[in-house]
Design a protein around this ligand. Structure first.
Ligand code: NAD
Length: 381
């Protein structure tokens, strides 16, 4: 079976789907790995390292896309890439199926079997394939470093001959994967950290990282299937808003990471809250690409509102491509090995990992949510 690792062409994407170490492991298992020349360049993995790991190099992009059984990738494929694929080829990549359902339609039209890495279920069985988590951890870490660099203050408490400096106060909203890594990083830098989440189950994890958990008691269940948060009622929103306002006002840095899968990010930090923060404070809104948790966030930009810098970073994992690629490579190679039995891809749709991750097969879209979004789109035309 021929597996192709292609070069990312998305502007700003430095990650690569396999690193030389993972290639060596796959080659040892008898898989034939082809690597596009320069594929690892953005993440500092040389062609030579892939060759030494047992891969075959090629600069023939059309051959790699058109002549392989499986194509591995990080960011969404472009139309011209999909058009080069032959029927029956398997593509494994991030695909943003709910945000870009038209891309899924194109994959189905080309009869490609597509696996969306963002659809790996968050179960313990699939943990080592969970690319959303591995990449969110990178984002949570980097968000704090960005905030620290933008803050006109120290993070740790300092006792010096020139006086005592108070530690910075960090407030993290949303204590999922990115939020927990942000808490841990801010604590390591010496800040005093508070965190809020509508899922009470995260309290212990927050506390074990040395942060204070800001608690709210709501009259409804906030956890959906799979342990993710669900959208809450207007009354609950009102109560959480009041609590958030109190803590935002006291913070030097606010890191927002709140999301409900498949929904627009909840707006949690209002313009009024921003206005009440101390000038010089910093907000890093990790949900910028989903519409933002903060009023005034602009994806990919830094804006200053009422003396507060609001940063809306996009694709932070790409800014740490070495480890982000290393973790993604582990995720994607584990899925690949899971799909291959006796040297062939075996798709058992009764298996929950395969059923939830495979979006298109045999010309059909398999994911009901994507079908619903496409139906809504065509009804609106
Ligand atoms: P996650 O699902 O693990 O965590 C999100 C957390 O938000 C959950 O704990 C959930 O309970 C909480 N939440 C939901 N609604 C809330 C509310 N109303 N109030 C308080 N908490 C609420 O998600 P994650 O993997 O940690 O990702 C977090 C965010 O970071 C997402 O928006 C994701 O897209 C984004 N992200 C951004 C980048 C980037 O480069 N900018 C990279 C990776 C992830």
């Amino acid at each position: 079976m021929k597996i192709a690792l292609v070069k990312e062409i998305e502007v700003g994407e430095n990650r690569v789907a396999l690193i030389p170490d993972t290639v060596a492991r796959l080659v040892k298992q008898g898989l034939e790995i082809w690597v596009e020349t320069g594929a690892g360049e953005g993440a500092f993995f040389s062609d030579r390292a892939y060759e030494e790991a047992g891969a075959q190099l090629s600069s023939d992009t059309a051959m790699l896309w058109g002549d392989s059984d499986v194509v591995l990738k990080v960011s969404l494929p472009k139309e011209q890439e999909i058009n080069q694929m032959r029927e029956g080829t398997t593509l494994i990549s991030f695909l943003n199926p709910l945000g870009k359902p038209e891309l899924v339609q194109q994959l189905a039209n080309c009869k490609v079997t597509a696996f969306g890495m963002e659809l790996i279920p968050r179960t313990s069985r699939a943990q080592s394939m969970d690319a959303l988590s591995s990449q969110a951890g990178v984002a949570g870490y980097k968000a704090v470093l960005i905030a620290a660099a933008a803050l006109p203050k120290f993070f740790p408490m300092l006792t010096t001959a020139a006086g005592t400096i108070k530690p910075a106060k960090v407030f993290v909203i949303g204590a999922g994967v990115a939020g927990l890594q942000a808490i841990a990083t801010a604590r390591r830098l010496g800040a005093v950290v508070e965190a809020f989440d509508i899922r009470p189950a995260v309290k212990e994890e927050v506390q074990s990282l040395g942060a204070r958990f800001v608690e709210v008691t709501l009259d409804e269940d906030t956890v959906a299937e799979g342990g993710y948060a669900k959208e809450v009622s207007e009354a609950s929103k009102q109560r959480t808003q009041e609590l958030i306002a109190e803590h935002v006002q006291q913070a030097d840095i606010v890191i927002t990471t709140a999301q409900v899968p498949g929904k627009k990010a909840p707006l949690l930090v209002s313009e009024e809250m921003v206005q009440q923060m101390k000038p010089g404070s910093v907000i890093v809104d990790l949900a910028a690409e989903q519409g933002g948790n903060c009023a005034g966030t602009e994806a990919g930009k830094d804006v200053v509102r009422h003396g507060v810098t609001i940063i809306g970073p996009i694709n932070l994992p790409s800014s740490m491509p070495v480890n982000a690629s290393q973790m993604y490579a582990k995720n994607i190679s584990t899925l690949l090995q899971y799909l291959i039995k006796e040297g062939q891809l075996q798709l058992n749709f009764d298996d929950d990992i395969i059923a939830s991750t495979c979006i298109t097969h045999g010309g059909e879209i398999l994911n009901q949510r994507v079908k619903d979004v496409l139906a809504q789109m065509s009804a609106a035309v």
